[in-house]
Design a protein around this ligand. Structure first.
Ligand SMILES: [Zn+2]
Length: 266
């Protein structure tokens, strides 16, 4: 009898602990990290399709990503992400980064981070490798199926099952198109196009999400270009361009939709 009581008490204690942990997480979720204030306020009449860009420098810490000679993908991704961050900041676009230094962040944590930010777009930065040293150029991916927006609590409890969309998110596809177009225009690198691929980090984000590969560490020409700061600046400028053009196109679509809705309401 005593034993049963002890077990019940232990179980109640455990439940209380889980409950308070969930509550703490939920409370924290209500006050996400404050994004940087925009320097230039956007005109209130232009509907913005997103209010924040989450930049995701691939790899980090013990995960170096692709390696060639002394060049590590994790260093390149952070370098380019910081450049994009500065450019977007100067354009008055708020940003957050999934890592700020050489630290390991799991793919699940990166996706969960983005899912806690409302009204954002997600851009993951990577560099490529291939068995064949001839492979070269830039490419941008969107997920074939992204998780669908669930309850806010679900973003804190990753074990909750969340259904996948049947087809790619058209916003992710659009964003990938703009980023890829700008990359090719700025870098004159080989255009490997946009493709649907189920990369974990973009498939598990509810917002428009893309993953760009800015060149091959296994290609002599690509790697010698990537060693130059100017070239990395060009890549960063291209990604920023792509994001801004996507924003422009998406807000035009939004205002057209709003106008059409307004007309039909009259
Ligand atoms: Zn990578």
């Amino acid at each position: 009898m005593k034993r049963a009581l002890r077990n019940t008490l232990a179980l109640a204690g455990l439940l209380l602990m889980i409950g308070s942990f969930a509550w703490m997480q939920f409370r924290q979720a209500e006050t996400p990290e404050r994004p940087r204030e925009s320097k230039t306020a956007r005109s209130p009449t232009t509907p913005s399709p997103f209010s924040l860009v989450v930049l995701d420098p691939g790899h980090g810490g013990q995960d170096s990503g692709a390696m060639c000679g002394g060049v590590l993908e994790k260093d390149l991704t952070l370098d380019v992400a910081r450049r994009i961050d500065r450019l977007l900041d100067s354009e008055g676009v708020a940003t957050l980064m999934t890592r700020l230094g050489d630290t390991y962040v799991s793919l699940a944590d990166r996706a969960a981070f983005a899912n806690r930010v409302r009204n954002c777009i997600f851009v993951s930065i990577h560099f490529n490798e291939d068995n064949k040293p001839v492979a070269s150029g830039v490419e941008t991916y969107y997920a074939a199926h992204q998780i669908t927006a669930g309850s806010f609590l679900a973003s804190w409890l990753p074990f909750l099952w969340r259904p996948l969309s049947d087809s790619p998110n058209p916003e992710s596809q659009n964003l990938a198109g703009f980023v890829q177009e700008a990359l090719v225009a700025r870098t004159r690198a080989v255009d490997r196009g946009t493709q649907a691929r189920q990369f974990f980090v973009i498939a598990n984000v509810t917002s428009p999400a893309v993953l760009m590969e800015g060149g091959f560490l296994t290609n002599k020409e690509d790697i010698s270009k990537l060693a130059s700061e100017d070239y990395r600046d060009q890549i960063a400028a291209a990604v920023a361009d792509g994001i801004l053009r996507y924003r422009e196109a998406a807000s035009q679509r939004k205002s057209t939709l709003a106008a059409t809705a307004g007309e039909s309401a009259e």
